[in-house]
Design a protein around this ligand. Structure first.
Ligand code: FAD
Length: 553
């Protein structure tokens, strides 16, 4: 039986210590921390894991340098330390990266002042990263010719960190680690609400795929529904001190702008920071920050124009980027936490804090997680475990380290085996990293199993979907371990193929149907058609032919 079906059967059996609603970053780390420490945990998500906000981020683990301007020093200090903790815990997945920031003449701050700010930022992070540098125009020109420096006053460089895979895979790895420690997790299962009955929560759940409903019983209920926290609280009759407001942000993915592995940072026309972020052979540009009322958003023409105009103004490209250069788009809302009482008095949208808050109803053993960032995820996991323990749930392994890559000796053994079988002879010429490090980054200790598969049958090391890096053995592993229900789960979240390859190229890629057969068996054709029928990007690309360029001059 497949993992998901088997887990769904288990969900209505017995009493769980904790039921977590929502498998974005907040739900995923809560599940990983609690299961690692020995609690009996159930986790459900109405969509795929990380299928909402947590797949739309800028992929940064960062201290939030921009919050220095709003004097949110406590938050910056905390986020810098969280970033360091992530880099230390996940050396192959979360890596330090340099940010090269160019400041235009007449900007509200002089580059020297901002450079001084980067030293404060560096100190807030205990000097964990490389030191900042002040840059004059000739150095910027020499080191990053893609930047238009005619109007620049100067610049500086500092460090933060970057998620080497995409955000949604990072989240899924916490879900997987929770499942490895006994958590019963299922995607595409919606909570319809929950009632308190004596000492228990009874949640009504619906399998979104076949429509069947069932009940899940748990001592503690954690509402980690991201932008839907308030809605789920309404469904369960929970009152909270905090609520969410929504800030929309978009990213556009375009062909590679610069081969240098660094982020270019600029201040957009509206004065806000925006980035040019490397994404393998592509570049991700964004983001925007505008208040919206609904969590359901899409990229508008105005958003695209804003990002493209700003980027074209600040870069010196062979030709300006246009809509037809867009390979994929990302769009989501940041759930921002506010006190219920303050909601009507928000004067400055940008001053809203990006911290997280956990509201606890001790009488009803209920937690609501508001706000937060990917960067702060390890703290959220620890904090949630602490609260659940205070609520009386026995955590038999309170000191268990539930996060982090395996012990270095496992990596050493993996590298040794990879070397002995000459794994890197399968690395593409010109690839950005060796196959040995790619497989470790994506699968850590499970990569040892991949080596075994390749030793048994060298065809397992062949690329299955042409134009991507995915090997036959990876698809087989994903089928067993990664709860892929729809083709989009694989193309957009477990991998980032849908972000870096144009939709039409994916559709015609030799090997995709074979990959579907491995992933879905008899349902391969149905899943393939389902994915390509729902075609927002195809509409966009088709639209690009009708619409004339709207880049700035
Ligand atoms: C444009 C943008 C850029 C960002 N950049 C960064 C960045 O670079 N670094 C950083 O640290 N942070 C960044 N963030 C913030 C970060 O992405 C979010 O704070 C974080 O992903 C929120 O996670 P979450 O788990 O709270 O919500 P979500 O990821 O939305 O997860 C909530 C889940 O709950 C599920 N759910 C909802 N209702 C139900 C129900 N009734 N039953 C079952 N499941 C339900 C949803 O399907 C969803 O998957 C960014 C955010 C945006 C929008």
């Amino acid at each position: 039986m497949k993992l998901r079906e088997s887990n769904i059967r288990k969900l209505d059996q017995g009493v769980y210590d904790v039921l977590i609603v929502g498998g974005g970053i907040n739900g995923a780390v809560s599940a990983a921390a609690l299961s690692g420490k020995g609690a009996r945990v159930a986790l459900i998500d109405q969509r795929d894991f990380a299928g909402f906000t947590s797949q739309q981020s800028s992929n940064l683990a960062w201290g939030g340098i921009k919050y220095l301007e709003s004097h949110d020093y406590g938050l910056v200090r905390k986020l810098c330390l969280s970033r360091n903790h992530l880099i230390r815990s996940y050396p192959s997945r979360v890596r330090e990266i340099r940010f090269l920031s160019t400041i235009e003449k007449g900007f509200r701050f002089h580059p020297w002042f901002l450079w001084a700010g980067t030293w404060v930022y560096w100190l807030f992070g205990n000097g964990f990263t490389r030191i900042p540098r002040l840059l004059f125009k000739p150095t910027i020109r020499r080191e990053e010719p893609a930047i238009a420096i005619e109007n620049a006053a100067g610049g500086f460089e500092y460090s933060d960190a970057y998620l080497g895979d995409n955000d949604s895979r990072f989240v899924f790895q916490f879900v997987r680690s929770a499942m490895d420690r006994g958590c019963i997790a299922a995607n595409y299962v919606e909570s319809l609400g929950a009632r308190r009955d004596g000492d228990l929560w009874i949640a009504r759940a619906r399998d979104v795929i076949d429509g069947k409903t069932f009940e899940i019983r748990a001592k503690v209920l954690i509402n980690a529904a991201g932008p839907f926290v308030d809605e789920h609280n309404r469904r369960t009759g929970e009152q909270t001190e905090h609520h969410h407001l929504f800030s929309k942000g978009i990213h556009l993915i375009v062909p590679q702008i610069t081969p240098n592995p660094r982020i270019l940072a600029f201040f957009a026309d509206d004065g806000r920071l925006f980035f040019v972020i490397p994404m393998g052979a592509r570049t991700c540009i964004g983001t925007t920050d505008s208040r919206v009322e609904s969590p359901f958003t899409e990229v508008t023409d105005e958003d695209r124009r804003f990002v493209l105009d700003n980027i074209n103004k600040r870069l010196k490209l062979p030709r300006p980027l246009t809509r037809s250069d867009i390979i994929a788009e990302r769009c989501g809302v940041r759930p921002l936490v506010v006190k219920a009482k303050a909601e009507g008095n928000i004067r400055d949208w940008m001053q809203l804090s990006r911290k997280h808050e956990i509201d606890v109803n001790r009488g009803r053993a209920h937690l609501s997680i508001f706000g937060g960032k990917l960067t702060d995820c390890l703290n959220v996991g620890d904090e949630v475990a602490g609260i659940v323990s205070e609520l009386g749930v026995d955590l038999p392994y309170p000191r268990y380290k539930w996060y982090g890559e395996p012990h270095p000796s496992v990596l050493e053994e993996y590298r040794h085996q990879a070397q002995l079988m000459n794994l890197d002879s399968y690395t593409f010429p010109g690839a950005m990293e060796s196959l040995t490090s790619r497989l470790w980054r994506r699968y850590d200790e499970k990569a040892l199993r991949l080596l075994e598969d390749i030793r048994e049958d060298p065809r397992q090391a062949e690329v299955l979907i042409e134009g991507t890096e995915y090997r036959r053995c990876e698809i087989a592993l994903a089928t067993r371990q990664e709860m892929i229900v729809k083709l989009e789960d694989f193309l957009r979240r477990r991998s980032k193929i849908a972000l870096v390859v144009r939709r039409e190229d994916i559709r015609t890629a030799p090997g995709l149907m074979e990959a579907c057969e491995i992933l879905f068996g008899e349902q391969a054709r149905e899943k393939f058609d389902e994915y390509f029928q729902d075609r927002p990007m195809a509409r966009l690309v088709a639209g690009a032919e009708e619409v004339e360029h709207f880049e700035t001059g």
